[in-house]
Design a protein around this ligand. Structure first.
Ligand code: HEC
Length: 443
């Protein structure tokens, strides 16, 4: 007997043969849920930093008009790199096909579909294992609103040298931990940071642009501290943590400490105690020891990076072939005058930055883009691992270009008051700027 459902199915089947557009009738469970699960739920869950949850069909449908505006505009998911520069893994962005699926589904009326046809999301790649979990020694409740950048000193448990081969962060209160960056304080640097720790009567210390964030405002040339402190990794919500490129790792000596910089944002939930954990995977040896190398124009650190008040677009750029000095730049890990491999890039400016790009200008005239952030956002910093590592050879140039907008409209708020534009220069505080690329390199 031909039931009504059977009849409809038959009509749809012949439509499929005829190629009618109604064959592409999209449903939540069949087409949209796998994308939302993989690319949105890491932040949009009841505990996450997203302002609402997107875990159920009803929750997604309730937000469909906002989703229809932010997804095609590429505002969500937050993914600052330009897509014509380089390929990264992991990559939080949506493909054009995924954007079309979401917008078409909403245009077609956001049908829910059959929960039984639910797809299972592709497994997210995380760290292969966790060897050390290092928690903030005490809970901390953000003091500054809406953004507080705070550094904490975590004990490093190993008593012999270990290579960090994977990195992840487990937020204590995922409502407010917006992003975080971990650094290594070498044994000789530990005392400096211990002196900052707790000095204002609260755990840790305020550290806006990097671990030395409490240095005097506008201290010209005072910003070298953070450059001498090794980056270990950067993390944003939704990232399960990841292994470093196979066979590589960053040496951490016994007696070191980990500095965890946490960006707290309390614009959608009130400040609450947080105790975040850094997870690492370690190895006793690796094939290729890695170095996290800062790259910038040394003369900017001397105060030669003046950004005039009210200027809408001030640009500084710098290029250099660092191969003659690689030993010096990497504590002798990489040989002078030899090719080296670049796996990862992170770019860093402060709040008046408008765009930043790092690339390799090859000796043969070609260019290899590393990372291009066309609309800089201080609140969405990260490190990006290249899908294919790049080789830098003697004769090539590393190139860095930064732009700033120092007009009244692009000033940060300090304690609720927007700063009046003034001349900026290199330094560590909100009142200063930086232009820096951080590269993960091996021989
Ligand atoms: C890395 C974390 C993160 C991921 C991943 C993410 N969001 Fe968001 N989303 C946020 C935060 C935080 C906000 C609040 C606004 C802000 O801070 O930019 C937000 C805001 C929104 C808004 C409200 C925008 C407005 O104008 O009010 C929508 C809609 C949204 N997200 C949809 C999505 C969708 C759809 C995805 C996946 C395709 C996604 N988000 C992935 C963190 C995230």
């Amino acid at each position: 007997m031909l039931t009504r459902a059977r009849l409809i199915a038959t009509v749809f089947a012949s439509a499929a043969v005829a190629g009618w557009s109604c064959t592409s009738h999209l449903t939540y469970y069949q087409d949209v849920q796998p994308i939302i699960e993989a690319k949105c739920e890491g932040c949009h869950n009841p505990e996450g930093i997203g302002p609402f949850s997107l875990q159920t069909a009803d929750e997604v449908i309730a937000q469909k008009s906002l989703i229809a505006s932010v997804v095609p505009a590429k505002v969500m998911p937050p993914w600052p790199p330009a897509n014509n520069c380089n390929a990264y893994s992991p990559d939080r962005s949506l493909s054009d096909a995924q954007i079309t699926t979401i917008t078409e589904w909403i245009n077609q009326g956001a049908a829910i579909g059959n929960a039984n046809s639910q797809h299972t999301a592709a497994p997210t790649v995380g760290m292969s294992r966790i060897d050390y979990s290092m928690q903030m020694p005490q809970p901390f409740t953000p003091l500054l609103s809406p953004d507080d950048y705070r550094c904490f000193l975590l004990d490093w448990p190993a008593t012999t040298g270990k290579y960090v081969t994977g990195f992840g962060v487990l937020p204590g209160d995922a409502h407010i931990v917006h992003h975080s960056i971990a650094y290594v304080a070498r044994p000789a640097q530990v005392a400096t940071y211990q002196a900052l720790d707790g000095a204002d009567g609260h755990p840790g210390w305020t550290c806006f642009g990097g671990p030395n964030g409490t240095s005097t405002p506008n201290a010209k040339g005072g910003g070298f501290g953070s450059l001498a402190t090794q980056w270990l990794g950067a993390w944003a919500p939704g990232a399960p943590g990841n292994d470093f490129p196979a066979g590589t790792g960053v040496l951490v000596d016994p007696g070191s400490k980990i500095i965890l910089q946490v960006h707290y944002n309390t614009s959608s939930t009130p400040p609450a105690p947080d105790q975040t954990t850094v997870n690492v995977e370690v190895a006793d040896s690796v094939q290729k020891p890695a170095y996290v190398m800062p790259f910038t124009d040394p003369s900017w650190l001397q105060g030669n990076m003046a950004i005039p008040a009210n200027a809408p677009d001030t640009m500084y750029n710098y290029s250099v072939d660092p191969t003659p000095y690689m030993g010096l730049l990497t504590e002798q890990l990489i040989n002078d005058d030899a090719p080296f491999t670049v796996y990862m890039s992170a770019l860093h400016m402060h709040t008046r930055g408008s765009s930043i790009q790092g690339r390799i200008d090859k000796a043969d005239g070609t260019t290899e883009c590393q990372l291009d952030i066309p609309q800089w956002s201080f609140n969405w910093q990260g490190s990006y691992t290249f899908s294919d590592p790049e080789t830098f050879s003697p004769g090539d140039q590393l190139y860095l270009e930064c732009h700033w907008n120092n007009t009244a409209a692009n000033q940060p708020f300090i304690n609720g008051v927007q700063v009046v534009p003034h001349e900026l220069n290199w330094g560590e505080t909100t009142e200063d700027e930086m232009c820096l690329e951080v590269l993960y390199v091996t021989q």
